[in-house]
Write a protein that binds this ligand. Structure first.
Ligand code: KG4
Ligand code: ZN
Length: 364
């Protein structure tokens, strides 16, 4: 890789069609990135009626939007497409029909431009999004991905050697936030709306459960997460405990606004406390100078504040992404590809998309 490269990144794994141009510079201590353009066409309006992403609608929308989004990103960067030095795409994990669209577009562009092609693991890209436009960090690092599809903890020995320490055994945290929002009668997507509602509530109104998930083969507490019990506890707090034939005793709209805010704040508190407890265990077991956190739920106000507090208490260098780079975006795809490009890595145009992350099974 020359000292400075321009990387075009594409992201179509779920319901955002995104393209970004990132300038990557190699330096003695790592790679520095600058985002020249960052375009995200969200499909939230298309999926709102269904209160969830409809895969067929998502992939069709990606087909319509991908080239306009690429053109917009290149224009925003003030470039000619021929100036691009490499094309990267999030090729796993995600909805397969959606991934196929971005992967096909990225391969065609790389082939036509005769530049390297790189497939990027979306989870790895989230993990590194706190390093975009930031100073390189020290390794090893603890890495935490908190998104709508993933909740996993990693030990990162470098940007490319990543071991999984644990993860959720049921719902992802973002998914739990979204379901809690639905239970509380909020709109879609629920995470940001729950965040706003919780700010006005009392977080000690209800003592929601924080699970402990048993011990590993060596007798140490597992570094795993679970959010489904919390989700059910919220449902019962809102609607009452269901009776066998009569269903739930209360309707969602039986709650007044103050009670809804209290429940939102108490729910958030329990979810965030679980994350912090696992981090406390992890840092004792795997002392690391750096903590990288990414994924849509890392935009959560309470979580960010608690992570900052944790970092101060543990004297760890916390790298949180800027808000725009918490949720799905293509800047993180291009920025993570920069690390692989610098290491001389390339992918063949035969690379296939996959619904699964390569990091999902990587236990140490
Ligand atoms: O990373 P992301 O865009 O997509 C996946 O890779 O899954 O994450 C989306 C998730 C959604 O569940 C959304 O509700 C959640 O991130 N989210 C939030 C906030 N903003 C987005 N959750 C809690 N508080 C927020 N402010
Ligand atoms: Zn994501």
């Amino acid at each position: 890789m020359p000292d400075r490269s321009l990387i075009l990144g594409l992201e179509t794994s779920c319901d955002e069609t995104a393209a970004a141009v990132v300038a990557a510079e190699r330096s003695e201590d790592g790679v520095r990135t600058r985002v020249l353009a960052d375009v995200v066409a969200t499909q939230h309006d298309l999926h709102e009626t269904y209160r969830g992403v409809v895969p067929e609608i998502a992939s069709r929308a990606h087909v319509e939007r991908i080239l306009p989004v690429v053109r917009e990103a290149v224009a925003e960067a003030g470039l000619d497409l021929r100036a691009v030095d490499a094309v990267a795409v999030g090729h796993r994990p995600g909805l397969i029909g959606s991934l196929v669209v971005g992967v096909a577009a990225a391969k065609a562009l790389a082939w036509a431009l005769e530049v390297p092609f790189l497939g990027v693991d979306h989870v790895a890209a989230h993990l590194h999004s706190g390093l975009i436009e930031a100073e390189p960090c020290a390794f090893p690092a603890l890495g935490l991905v908190l998104s709508g599809g993933h909740t996993s903890l990693f030990l990162m020995r470098s940007t490319r050697t990543i071991e999984r320490l644990g993860g959720t055994i049921d719902d992802a945290i973002g998914e739990a936030f979204d379901k809690a929002a639905t239970t509380l009668g909020l709109g879609y997507p629920g995470g940001p709306l729950l965040d706003r509602l919780a700010r006005g509530g009392r977080d000690d109104a209800v003592a929601f459960p924080i699970p402990r998930l048993g011990r590993d083969e060596e007798g140490r507490p597992r570094l795993d997460f679970s959010f489904s019990g919390l989700k059910t506890a919220l449902l019962y707090a809102v609607r009452g405990v269901p009776e066998r034939s009569a269903g739930f005793p209360r309707a969602v709209d039986a709650l007044d606004d103050a009670r809804r805010a209290d429940l939102a704040a108490s729910f958030e508190r329990a979810a965030v406390e679980q994350v912090l407890r696992i981090l406390d265990l992890a840092i004792e077991r795997k002392p690391a100078p750096t903590l990288l956190v990414g994924g849509g739920a890392s935009a959560n106000t309470r979580l960010r504040a608690e992570l900052e507090r944790f970092a101060r208490r543990r004297s760890i260098d916390l790298r949180l992404p800027r808000m725009a780079w918490c949720v799905d975006n293509a800047a993180m795809i291009a920025a993570y590809a920069a690390h692989r490009l610098v290491a001389g890595e390339r992918d063949p145009l035969s690379l296939a998309p996959s619904p699964h992350s390569a990091l999902a099974e990587a236990r140490p």
